[in-house]
Design a binder for this molecule. Structure first.
Ligand code: GLA
Length: 742
């Protein structure tokens, strides 16, 4: 059976994905909604109710009202209440007209339907009636008259479950939602390890593992964006976890603002995971009859190691989240002028770069920051979205036409959510920037944040952007966001709605992106935030790719790409080749390695092509050819992490396999050279055991791009003994191997 069923006699909901089962039960005459089981698929669920431990103290309040508090504090709940006996992390907190904040939700009714409804104003996974089944359980707090609808969607083609919660104030008095998590999951602790992603500018999404001890492990953002520092993701894994084996529960939040993800271990060694909008600085007023939709959280369970979690998330995002027409298309190989020129360019310089690049097969020129207002440096002009004709003589259309004349597409950079103090926009509307009364707002990179929770601000910025984009044939936009939010105050909102601004800001940003892609349906949109400060599933709903990091150092970014690719398909990961010494680290790496690392993402260049050495230009030609030859496989294939330089300090290795096991690419990048070492054998995955594979080196210098090693090996040997990886000469050498079934 696939999908969702309600077993009326047992009062149990059974949710099945291809390989997992999730069970929810209703308990007692009051209708406590409890969590029974989440894990490997159960073909029969008989006896599962005993997992509630109702035959042991403290028993249910029906039979033992004396210990009601103990029941609530130990019961594995689907959505924890607050203030009435459960002392573990609450999922919800609601202030009522008396200033009290207790909430306890009880089961009222449910609905099971095929398909999945959209979440108004929010990014969310989707699927047809054949692909998805949804369960909505309506619960109510009878005192507050607050209804909560817990929604669960299961997909027939991935093991992910999408959860969200919506609220409705069915009473007569206003309520204040002070906390509204998107999910809660209680289960027994199995000596879990907890995995999270951490970083900073230029060091985003590094994988970190910790033992889950008593107390709480939490990751969170209060920056108004999902952030570089922490990522809206947590995983709990069994102690024996590897890429290939062990159990893992992954939780990923489809949201781009302040978040909280927490795993808490209780006195009885149960674990509660909650994930949702960060309750700090959040308070949403619900007038009588009003509703609130909390964003979506993705759950994934794998009993086949981390690889399987990764592959399921990749499949979910590729099939049920990214909407762009570019999703299954090769993206044009681009050249971005940022690291090549920074602010120092004019139309002549851009055209020189374009000409040089077109001759090497590059397909799109992206004009980065510095083309508008008096933007000669980063201290001014954000908000003045009109072309600086001192720099671009003849205007935008003339430039774009010439670029198009070279056979290249044209793209450009915007930072729509920001405003410089030195800008015409700020002089006209100083109150559009976030600022708290009587406090000087903080600048970062000399800029302030626009209050895009306000409709008139969004309209003005979009009108300016649309005017620019309609004036020429612009086929790509890089939407940047270069600072975190601070000094957040909402003009025009009453004081009891100030706690809504962070979320309203995110809703405003989503609305702007929606309007942009609706106005330009063929636009290739790439999101960006000071590198990768807003690389999250929410943004993928609007753009098929996101700039991964400003760190273009091929070696340093291996850890970033590893962490990113653990959750996101490679087709979403913006990756460019830049010059050395690298601008973020000063490191020198081989040009070939820079190409090999960028080929594992969306692929492009970020340098001044007119200054590149002739031998590197030759490599560009070959790398572009490799991109065309292999991008279908890289974009659509199955990803396996084989080895991590971050862990072993020696080499990095990953594999992308076609779904039928007929071909595979093995990316292999070495760290610092050590003398006197033997070759190593690396076990592969995902091949057909009895098939034979011809092993080639994918080499940009070869005419046919493939250098046949003459080796033909069986899938069994490759998967169990390994493929031979030669030690390469010098630091940071790399190879891409191509395996083709004979
Ligand atoms: C951010 C982006 C860069 C570049 C600059 C321009 O840092 O991540 O790629 O666009 O802004 O100011």
């Amino acid at each position: 059976m696939m999908g969702i069923a309600y077993l009326a006699a047992e009062r149990v909901f059974q949710l099945d994905t291809p390989n997992t089962t999730y069970l929810i039960g209703i308990v007692g005459t009051e209708g406590f909604l409890g969590h029974l089981y989440y894990g490997k698929k159960l073909n029969s669920v008989q006896g599962a109710e005993s997992l509630f431990r109702l035959e042991e103290p403290p028993y249910t309040p029906d039979t033992n009202a004396r210990e009601r508090l103990d029941f609530l504090d130990t019961f594995p709940t689907e959505y924890s209440g607050h203030g009435v006996g459960d002392f573990r992390e609450s999922s919800i907190r609601v202030k009522d007209k008396n200033g009290h904040s207790a909430v306890q939700l009880f089961y009222v009714s449910h609905e099971i339907y095929r398909g999945k409804r959209a979440l108004e104003g929010l990014p969310a996974t989707f699927g047809s009636e054949d692909q998805v089944t949804t369960l909505v359980i309506t619960c109510e707090d009878p005192v507050l008259k607050l209804r909560a609808r817990l929604s669960y969607s299961v997909f027939q083609d991935t093991d992910c479950i999408a959860r969200s919660v919506s609220f409705e104030n069915a009473g007569d008095d206003a309520l204040y939602l002070e906390k509204a998590m998107s999910m809660c999951l209680d289960m027994d602790n199995r000596d879990f390890q907890v995995c999270s992603l951490h970083g900073s500018w230029g060091r985003e999404r590094h994988i970190e593992w910790n033992r889950l001890g008593r107390g709480s492990f939490r990751v969170a953002s209060l920056r108004g964006e999902s952030s570089q520092q922490e990522h809206p993701f947590l995983a709990l894994a069994s102690p024996d976890i590897t890429q290939e084996q062990g159990e893992v529960y992954g939780f990923h939040f489809v949201y781009s603002g302040n978040f909280l993800a927490q795993a808490q271990v209780s006195q009885f060694d149960s674990v509660r995971v909650v994930m949702g909008i960060n309750p700090e600085d959040f308070c949403w007023k619900l007038e009588a009859g009003e509703g609130f939709q909390a964003p979506e959280a993705i759950l994934i369970y794998s009993c086949r190691g981390l690889d399987f979690m990764t592959q399921n998330l990749h499949d979910l995002y590729r099939s049920h989240l990214i909407r762009s027409p570019y999703l299954h298309r090769k993206r044009p190989v681009l050249i971005n002028n940022w690291e090549g020129t920074y602010f120092d360019f004019d139309e002549k310089k851009l055209l020189e770069i374009a000409k040089e690049s077109a001759a090497l097969g590059i397909e799109m020129l992206v004009m980065d920051d510095g083309w508008f207002g008096n933007r000669f440096d980063d201290a001014r002009a954000l908000g003045d979205w009109r072309v600086n004709e001192e720099k671009l003589k003849g205007g935008l259309k003339a430039l774009v036409d010439q670029v198009n004349g070279l056979g290249m597409k044209f793209g450009m950079w915007f930072e729509p959510e920001m405003i410089s103090g030195d800008s015409d926009l700020y002089r006209a509307h100083p109150d559009w920037a976030f600022a708290l009364p009587d406090r000087e707002p903080c600048r970062h990179r000399n800029q302030y944040v626009l209050d895009i929770s306000r409709r008139e601000v969004r309209d003005c910025i979009l009108e300016r952007m649309f005017a620019v984009l309609h004036s020429a044939n612009v086929e790509y936009v890089k939407w940047d966001m270069n600072r975190s939010l601070s000094d957040v105050a909402g003009i025009g909102l009453p004081k009891d709605r100030q706690g809504e601004i962070y979320h309203r800001y995110v809703l405003g940003m989503y609305e702007m992106q929606e309007r942009l892609i609706a106005e330009f349906p063929d636009l290739l949109l790439e999101n960006c935030s000071a590198g990768g400060a807003r690389f999250d599933p929410g943004m993928l709903y609007y753009s098929p790719q996101i700039w991964c990091t400003d760190d273009t150092d091929a070696i340093e970014r291996l850890a970033i790409q590893e962490g990113t690719a653990m959750l996101y398909p490679l087709s979403a990961m913006g990756a460019h080749v830049s010059v050395c010494p690298n601008h973020a680290t000063g490191r020198v790496t081989p040009f070939a390695t820079r190409g090999n690392v960028a080929l594992a993402g969306t692929f492009g260049y970020e340098l001044d092509m007119t200054k590149l050495k002739p031998e590197d230009k030759e490599l560009v030609r070959g790398q572009v050819a490799l991109y065309h030859r292999f991008n279908d496989l890289i974009r659509e294939g199955v990803y396996h992490r084989l080895a991590s330089l971050r862990e072993n300090h020696d080499y990095d290795c990953f594999q992308i396999c076609s779904r039928d096991g007929g071909e595979a690419l093995v990316f292999y990048i070495e760290g610092m050279k050590r003398p006197n070492q033997r070759s190593r054998f690396q076990r592969l995955r995902g091949l057909e055991g009895e098939a034979l594979y011809r092993i080639c080196v994918a080499d940009p210098k070869e005419a046919g791009l493939l250098q046949d090693t003459g080796n033909i090996m069986s899938g069994d040997v490759l998967m169990n003994a390994g493929i031979k990886l030669e030690r390469l000469w010098g630091d940071f050498g790399s190879r891409i191997l191509y395996l083709k079934r004979e």
